[in-house]
Design a protein around this ligand. Sequence first.
Ligand SMILES: Nc1nc2c(ncn2[C@@H]2O[C@H](COP(=O)(O)OP(=O)(O)OP(=O)(O)O)[C@@H](O)[C@H]2O)c(=O)[nH]1
Ligand SMILES: *[C@@H]1O[C@H](CO)[C@@H](O)[C@H](O)[C@H]1NC(C)=O
Ligand SMILES: [Mg+2]
Length: 425
Amino acid sequence: MATGSTRYLRYILFAVFGIAILYFISTSSLPSYAQPLTSGGKFSWDSPSDDSSSSKPKEASDAVSPPKQSSPASGETRPLQSMTPNITPAVPSELSPPAPGERVNATFVTLARNSDLWEIARSIRQVEDRFNRNYNYDWVFLNDKPFDDQFKKITSSLVSGKTHYGEIPTEHWSFPPWIDQKKAEAVREDMRRRRIIYGDSISYRHMCRFESGFFFRHPLMQQFEYYWRVEPSVELFCDVHYDPFRFMKDNKKKYSFVLSLYEYVETIPTLWDSVKKFIKAHPEHISPDNSMSFLSDDGGETYNKCHFWSNFEIGNLDWLRSQAYQDFFESLDKDGGFFYERWGDAPVHSIAAALLLRKEEIHFFNDIAYYHVPFTHCPTGEDLRLKLRCHCNPQDNFDWKGYSCTSRYFDLNKIAKPEGWMDQV
Ligand SMILES: Nc1nc2c(ncn2[C@@H]2O[C@H](COP(=O)(O)OP(=O)(O)OP(=O)(O)O)[C@@H](O)[C@H]2O)c(=O)[nH]1
Ligand SMILES: *[C@@H]1O[C@H](CO)[C@@H](O)[C@H](O)[C@H]1NC(C)=O
Ligand SMILES: [Mg+2]
């Protein structure tokens, strides 16, 4: 009776409401890079200049497209559509259309274990959503063991470009013959007792040595000129509204960073001695316009422990494959600190970049917002954050805090710090 008709009325209201929502969804479309939400912000892809957009239309984008058929032709249950016979929600034929312009000879690269799958899946999703869905760059995955089918299946479904899976040759992931195993073991035991992070780990050391000296030499990496390193569980907080690879190439940048900090001294007590030895042996490799003042406060006598945080890097592979970098790595490797201490690839890459490159070949990406536990780079400048639809809290930005080295980079390059930096100190 009364309750019955109320229920009936409620059903009708529900149905009307549901139809209204479906109608709204079907008629509105997602914003794309062709129509930025922002006013006033001129993005590099706004101009329909030379539309060579089909330079790489990608087989892959077809592969990920949902079935073209959007009507319930097959007898399968399609509850949404059967409720709303007159409305066919638009099924996009692509996840996102490609950005115009030519692609650079570049790839993403990730070192991972099979067990890292869901953590790297998170990272990939963010990189794709914020950038690569419009660019479709390839992605190289490297592992000291074979990747399993599950890893390949999930990651290849997430990456909009081609995926490549490589195994690391044993010589690049083992103790070199000149290392005294007994001595290395004693070091690990000592570091374990002193509770130095990863201090007792063998695999972590192989990882650091591999990232320092070998990833760019892997056969799968030989075919590329630039790389963007992505680790598990990182976050991107802002749209990347242009192609950073293109930026690197056009501006002749060789190395880049978003976060910098001081290294734990316990992990690198003799690294600087080893570097000084290299400088003496190979003065020809040291750039006359280097960034020594990023690394040292006394003209090279001692190391201040500053380094770029290498879990994010966009860099030039040909530079890492150059004679200068090769000589640098070999010299350090022979000294044994990857095993007799616990040298990280971050200080190794950073010292190389600071000494072998010209200052202006190192770039700071303020506009790439990034998190790797426990540090955040959230772009300084509210304008920029709004334009790029950032979702990081500016107060989390590490750049101008006391333990960051990024101020030094700005000072030595005589670059003005972005407006608002003083409020974040
Ligand atoms: N294949 C393989 N990859 C590894 C191994 N150890 C570390 N990695 C990868 O190397 C990178 C760095 O390792 P992480 O464990 O993230 O080291 P980290 O960033 O210093 O430390 P976290 O704070 O734990 O992230 C990540 O991409 C890992 O997936 C390993 O034994 N095998
Ligand atoms: C990409 O760069 C690598 C390394 O420099 C080079 O060997 C390769 O030929 C390049 N590929 C293309 C298509 O230019
Ligand atoms: Mg990590």
